[in-house]
Design a protein around this ligand. Structure first.
Ligand code: F6P
Length: 468
C-alpha cells in the first residue's frame, strides 16, 4: 500500500532520510546528542495560576496530535487529586495549601510532580508518544532545574513555555470562567468564595515566583507568551517540534468568534455517485446555495469572510453570498484527489481495482490513491488553512467532504483513525465556537423542500460507509 506506517507519523515529512541515520545511532535509537531529529520532546509550562497554561497545553496537544505527533498532557493538579493522594485533594480548596511555608503540602505537591514526570518519561521512552506536555506552574528555578536534570537523564529534549500575564481583565476572565469550576472547589463553596480563594492562591505563588531567565541554565530553550500573545520572547529553539510549537503559539488568539463549515451543494457527480471531478451543481445544489445566502443574510455575522475551494461546485455554492464577505478561493481547500479513481463510483473501484478498495478499507487515513492523495496528505496541505483559521475571526469555509473531515477532526479533537469516517451530509452547515477547553458545535440541516433549517447542538457522528 502506498502509505506511511504509524511510527513514521512521528517523523516530519521530508525527514525520513535523517530518521534512518538516527535509528542506527545506538540501541535506543538516540545518540548522546540531544540535537538529533528523533529525540522525544517534553514541553514544560511555566506561570502563575490563571495564566492560561492548561488552555495552551490542551490546544497545543490537539494541534500536535492532528499533525501526526503522538502527544499527551500530564497535568500535575490531576495527579494531586488522584486516589493516591485523595486525602490531600481537598487541600486544594484552601489557598494555604499553596503557601511556600506549608512544608507538608509542599511534599504532596512535589510528589505529585514526580509521579507525573515518571509517567511522562515512560510514555516517551516506551515509544508510545513523541511529545509530552508537563502542565504545572513550575514557577521556581529549583523546580525547573529538577525537570531539566530529569529530562537530561532520560534523554528527552526540554522546551519551556512561560505564560506571563499582568492584564487584570484576562486574569479575571480566566478565574471567573474556568477556575471557579475547578474540581478543587466542586461542591465545597460558592463561586464567589472559590474566586476569592483562587486569588489568594495566586498571591501565594507570587511570593515564590521566579520568571524564566536566559541565564538560569546554559541550554535553556523557551518561549515567553506575554499577555495572551500580545508579545513574545523566544530563546534557543531546537528542532522541528519546538519550532512548530513556536509558530503555533504565535498564531492563536483568544477573541470570541465562530467558524462555519459546509460542503458544496449537490453536484452532478454527487447525484451519479461519482468521486471528485469538477461538475456543476444540480437543481438541489442550487437550492442549497440560495438557502445558504439567506442563512447568512439573517445571521448577520460581523466581519464574516468566506473561504472557498477552487472547484466549480464550491464556487457556485458561495456565489449568492454577499460580496462584502470577500470570498477567497483556496486550492488547499479542493477535495482529496482520488487519482486514477477520479470520476468512478465506489462500485466501479471495487470492480476495477479490488486491491485498492481493500487497502483503503484497511487503513483509510494513510491510504493514498495511485496518482492521488491520502487523508494524511490532505492534513499536510491544510496546515496553513488551520493556522490561518486560528488567526482569523468569523470565517465560512465552503469545501468538500474529505477536506472538512480533516478540519473538523482538528476542532473536535478526534483521533486520526476516526477522521476519515466523520459523517458530513450534504446540505448541512456546522458552526464551531471555540471555548476555553473545547469547541461548541451546532449543526444546521436544510430541508430542501421547505427551505427550513433544523438546528442541533452536537458533534457530527461517525459513519459506517462512505457518502457521495
Ligand atoms: O463522494 C463525494 C466525495 O467528496 C468525493 O469527491 C471524495 O473522493 C469522497 O467524497 C471522500 O469521501 P471518502 O473518503 O469517504 O471516499
Amino acid at each position: 500500500m502506498p502509505s506511511r506506517t504509524n511510527s513514521d507519523m512521528e517523523i516530519p515529512p521530508g525527514l525520513e532520510t535523517t530518521k534512518r541515520k538516527v535509528a542506527h545511532s545506538d540501541e535506543h535509537g538516540f545518540s548522546d546528542d540531544l540535537d538529533q531529529v528523533r529525540v522525544p520532546n517534553v514541553i514544560v509550562m511555566v506561570g502563575l495560576p490563571a495564566r492560561g497554561k492548561t488552555y495552551i497545553s490542551k490546544k497545543l496537544c490537539r494541534y500536535l496530535k492532528w499533525t501526526g505527533f503522538k502527544t499527551k498532557v500530564f497535568n500535575v493538579g490531576e495527579y494531586r487529586r488522584t486516589d493516591a493522594n485523595a486525602a490531600d485533594a481537598i487541600h486544594g480548596a484552601n489557598a494555604s495549601f499553596f503557601s511556600p511555608d506549608n512544608a507538608e503540602a509542599l511534599k504532596v505537591r512535589t510528589e505529585s510532580a514526580r509521579r507525573a514526570m515518571e509517567d511522562m518519561a515512560d510514555y516517551l521512552n516506551s515509544g508510545t508518544g513523541s511529545v509530552a506536555i508537563f502542565d504545572a506552574t513550575n514557577t521556581t528555578k529549583d523546580r525547573r532545574s529538577i525537570i531539566i536534570d530529569f529530562c537530561k537523564k532520560k534523554r528527552l529534549r526540554c522546551f519551556f513555555i512561560e505564560s506571563v500575564c499582568d492584564d487584570p481583565a484576562i486574569i479575571d476572565s480566566n478565574v471567573t470562567d474556568v477556575k471557579v469550576n475547578s474540581p478543587d472547589y466542586k461542591g465545597l463553596m460558592t463561586a464567589e468564595q472559590a474566586k476569592e480563594d483562587f486569588m489568594n492562591r495566586i498571591e501565594n505563588y507570587k511570593r515564590q515566583y521566579e520568571p524564566l531567565e536566559e541565564s538560569e541554565h546554559e541550554s535553556l530553550s523557551f518561549i515567553k507568551v506575554i499577555n495572551a500573545g500580545r508579545s513574545f520572547k523566544v530563546h534557543q529553539v531546537r528542532g522541528h517540534v519546538q519550532s512548530r510549537v513556536v509558530y503555533f503559539l504565535m498564531n492563536i488568539h483568544l477573541l470570541p468568534r465562530s467558524i462555519y463549515l459546509t460542503r458544496h451543494g449537490q453536484s452532478e457527480y454527487n447525484a451519479m455517485g461519482r468521486l471528485g471531478g469538477d461538475s456543476p451543481l444540480t437543481e438541489d445544489g442550487r437550492k442549497y446555495a440560495a438557502a445558504l445566502a439567506d442563512f447568512f443574510e439573517e445571521e448577520e455575522v460581523p466581519g464574516l469572510r468566506v473561504w472557498c475551494s477552487q472547484k466549480v461546485r464550491a464556487a457556485q455554492t458561495a456565489q449568492h453570498l454577499k460580496p462584502d464577505f470577500h470570498t477567497e478561493y483556496w486550492k488547499a481547500l479542493d477535495e482529496l484527489d482520488a487519482g486514477i479513481c477520479e470520476g468512478l463510483t465506489y462500485e466501479d473501484i471495487q470492480q476495477r481495482y479490488p486491491k485498492q478498495a481493500d487497502d483503503r478499507a484497511t487503513d483509510k487515513y494513510h491510504y493514498r490513491y495511485p496518482s492521488g492523495e491520502s487523508y494524511e496528505d490532505v492534513v499536510s496541505r491544510l496546515e496553513p488553512v488551520i493556522m490561518e483559521l486560528e488567526r482569523q475571526a468569523n470565517v465560512l469555509v465552503v469545501s468538500h467532504q474529505a477536506v472538512l473531515r480533516c478540519v473538523l477532526a482538528y476542532f473536535y479533537d478526534r483521533p486520526l483513525s476516526e477522521l476519515p469516517y466523520i459523517d458530513i451530509p450534504l446540505h448541512s452547515l456546522v458552526k464551531l465556537t471555540p471555548r476555553a477547553y473545547h469547541c461548541d458545535s451546532t449543526i444546521y440541516a436544510l430541508d430542501l423542500d421547505t427551505q427550513e433549517w433544523t438546528e442541533t447542538s452536537a458533534q457530527l457522528p461517525l459513519c459506517d460507509s462512505p457518502r457521495d
